[in-house]
Design a protein around this ligand. Structure first.
Ligand SMILES: [Zn+2]
Ligand SMILES: [Zn+2]
Length: 306
């Protein structure tokens, strides 16, 4: 047990020390092989914002787990992924695909604190699109986990870790029966949107993207079309959007418009601005649901069975 790791995450350490495997595969989180379960571990953008004003929607940054039968896909490694690690500590080792939208800190800052990466028998594949960055996926994470930024280096990960890059736009098949469509989003430096399809269900993850008023982004529509559930970048209000052109984010009003256009079943507003308090998000939830019945504001801990 590396000393540095022990400082990072006590929960997973105690599991490793305990040894042995829980008797039940997946425990209460087990899902039927023909189903998809989606759980939000972090719904914020830009910066974590814990505190009394963000208790109900949560303060952790972007992380969404998608269970396809017994296979686990994780969309982004924002600070929410730390809690996912705690949940995984009670389960036997598994294979996890972590799909990163891009490398802005709010989407990767939780990775050094993700207990699952330090458990020897887990198999983890980090995947990211080749966007505008000139350095590779492994090198970027290595930089983030290097002194003086962070004391525990990347090679302290004890899981069987792989790093795979792909051209944005290609179709990934991380496991038999699990397909992931990828599309380029409009964001400074680029970002990759995802659509995970399994057993006839689809969830789209469209965050860190800016729309152009009056235009339909074909990439975004590709990802959203007829999806059962869509997470969409709703960082700004329409008023804020007017003064934030070029910042790479969108609005809940645009989310509603696109969801109608694409025939989305359930729309979940996502990537909340850290200054948005629970009461602000309540008001947005009300207005968005009035504009498109069934629309919700994503909150930490929300679970969807598709
Ligand atoms: Zn972001
Ligand atoms: Zn970003």
């Amino acid at each position: 047990m590396p000393v540095l790791w022990a400082r990072v995450n006590g929960a997973a350490r105690s599991r490793a020390v305990r040894g042995g495997r829980p008797e039940r595969w997946g425990g209460r989180r087990r899902v039927a092989d023909d189903g998809m379960i989606v759980k939000v571990w972090g719904a914020r953008g830009s910066l974590p914002c814990p505190g009394p004003r963000t208790v109900r929607y949560g303060g952790n940054t972007s992380c969404v787990e998608v269970r396809c039968g017994d296979r686990r896909i994780v969309l982004d490694g924002g600070t929410g992924i730390r809690e996912l690690g705690h949940a995984m500590a009670d389960e036997p080792p598994s294979t996890v695909d972590v799909l990163l939208s891009h490398f802005h800190l709010d989407h990767i800052a939780g990775l050094p604190f993700w207990g699952a990466a330090y458990v020897p028998d887990n198999r983890i594949v980090f995947r990211a699109a080749q966007l505008e960055q000139k350095v590779g996926l492994r090198e970027i994470l290595h930089k983030m986990m290097s002194p003086p930024l962070f004391p525990v280096p990347l090679d302290e990960f004890r899981a069987d870790v792989r790093f795979e890059e792909f051209a944005c736009g290609t179709l990934l098949e991380p496991a038999p029966g699990v397909q992931v469509a990828t599309r380029l989003l409009n964001h400074p430096g680029g970002a990759c949107g995802y659509r995970v399809t399994y057993a006839g269900r689809s969830v789209a993850y469209v965050t860190d993207t800016e729309h152009t008023p009056g235009q339909d982004d074909p990439n975004v529509l590709d990802l959203m079309r007829d999806a059962d559930l869509v997470f969409y970048d709703s960082a700004y209000t329409e008023e804020e959007f007017r003064t934030h052109h070029g910042w790479g984010h969108s609005t809940w009003n645009e989310a509603v418009r696109l969801a109608d256009l694409a025939g989305v079943k359930t729309l979940a507003l996502f990537h909340h601005d850290p200054k948005r308090q629970d009461s602000d998000l309540d008001r947005i939830a009300e207005a968005a649901a009035a504009a498109r019945p069934g629309t919700i504001v994503a909150r930490e801990g929300a679970e969807f069975r598709l």
